[in-house]
Design a protein around this ligand. Sequence first.
Ligand SMILES: N[C@@H](CCC(=O)N[C@@H](CS)C(=O)NCC(=O)O)C(=O)O
Length: 210
Amino acid sequence: MRARLAIASSEQQCVLREVVLRNKPQELLVASPKGTVPVLVAGTKIIDESLDIMQWVLTQSDPESLLRPSVGDLLQMLELVSENDGQFKQALDRYKYPQRYAEHVAAGGADEYASYHREQAAQWLQSLEQRLSRYPYLFGAQQSLADLAIAPFVRQFAHTDLDWFNEQPWPSLIIWLKRFTDSPRFLRVMEKYPPWTAQQEKIIFPPPRP
Ligand SMILES: N[C@@H](CCC(=O)N[C@@H](CS)C(=O)NCC(=O)O)C(=O)O
């Protein structure tokens, strides 16, 4: 989602190959043996971390100035994203999929384990709420790389229990997330694609604007 958001914003196009993780094509593993998605192949360059893809794509073309926020700079944005990708992402995964973590049994069951990690994640969301109570976006008046890199994870958190999320005292965060999910860009990158096969016709991403 991050990579797609950045490509759509950069107004560049790529050939998209959808991957089903249970059935990774050999071509993916040849390009990137670590076998995670997304992977961007640009000539001889292979980029297999979503944040690196965002940065590389936006360095080629950045019509919305996502790399140049009105408040702060790229380094500060990367620091915030790295905090998001560390503790918050860890807590989010444990809240969303407690059964995947064997230690949930020792922690008193999946529900208790999930709610403990929800509380951990909530501390991060509270800090985002504070930022967003000052400016409409994480780094000022305009959307930036940080917003597009972090919002998909906050959306995952929110959708794990939407009623609970909407009851939290996070008015600015809730508006920020809604602005993101209501945006035409979001709907455009959410389109579903069939898994890639060697016989498939090339799929160009992003799709044309409606
Ligand atoms: N830090 C990596 C994480 C990528 C990642 O873990 N992606 C998941 C899908 S969202 C994946 O490919 N998992 C591999 C698997 O489940 O086999 C990035 O942001 O690109």
